[in-house]
Write a protein that binds this ligand. Sequence first.
Ligand SMILES: Cc1ncc(COP(=O)(O)O)c(C=O)c1O
Length: 378
Amino acid sequence: MTQTPPPGVERNAAPLLHGTEADALATVLPGGQWGHGPATDQFEAGIADLIGVNDAVAVNSGTTALHLALRSVGIGPGDDVIVPSLTFCASVQAITWNGASPRFAEIDPDTLAVTADTVLEALTPQTKAVMPVLYGGRAVDLSPIRDELARRGIQIIEDAAHAFGSRHPDGTMVGAVPGVLTCFSHDPIKNLTTGQGGTIIPRSRTEANNLRSLRLFGIVQSKDARASLTSYEVQGPGMRFDMSQLNAAIGLAQLEHFTEVAALRQHLWRTYQAELDGLDGVQLVDVDVANTVPFNCVVRLNRDRDKVFHYLRERNIGVAVHYPPNHTQPGFSAWRRNLPVTDRVAGQILGLPFHPAMTYDSARYAVATLAEAIKATA
Ligand SMILES: Cc1ncc(COP(=O)(O)O)c(C=O)c1O
């Protein structure tokens, strides 16, 4: 292809700036209080409102959200947490950093997510939590086994890093399913960014208070209240895991345009779907676009994926592989299992350029170059 690549196609993922982020930062910069503050509280309220829940607890990353959520339900040494191997290593590190063991589960090759059956297959007597990863933004339905898990005292803590704004097919927002603790990421390329950050959607006010204490030193009094006190009370463990006002200000500016970005992402995904239709040897991973704010656009190739990847990279197409599986990582070798479906799928997946800062023409160009790559590497 000799045509100049259209803008944005060279990047796999990128944030879309709306032009209001700098002004939002300017409102919090002069105050000099850049840690947790009113902008953070406002951001939490905005998230809770959008999801239709009572509380949202903002933290400094999606990884921290997972780590704290696990800790808040008492996961620690001797406990197994079921997690797909095909996820970003952050999901697994949040488990191991709490001293617990990841128990890797298989996935459905069509959605790249765990199912009720693959979770049941992975259960052990030590299982204390299940961490489904909402790959590409698609909701994961564990309702068929929710009662069984509850009976065994197993918690569901969702890694919804990809899934901010998505719904279940019955219309329930991800984050609003009773009994499920949900964690979002707001890193620069996620559906809603704060620059860096995350939120946990707690299941009760008590859980919210506990998470707020864990995220900021275990101190009872707010920063404002402490200004007029000569002491404060530390009620338990805590770290500095709060979301700064600087990040919250960016998040508030982005939140104003979330509906628009969600529609852009859905339209971009549908553009890919139409362009990929009929392309031999390529299967689109189904995100259930009607209910999902897609985070990515991933295909499975029945060709030599690595050759296609390099062909496209050499032509400046921002393809990426999300993710190399975790059960074969040296750092997780203690928890290695035989996972044939994951092994097979991990060699087939290819993420196409996908972000709201690119044009629909860029998607068409990416698919045309993919078609060329498939021919050239057959
Ligand atoms: C599936 C998954 N889980 C967790 C995370 C961690 O989120 P963060 O980068 O905000 O720490 C990411 C982010 O890349 C992710 O993709």
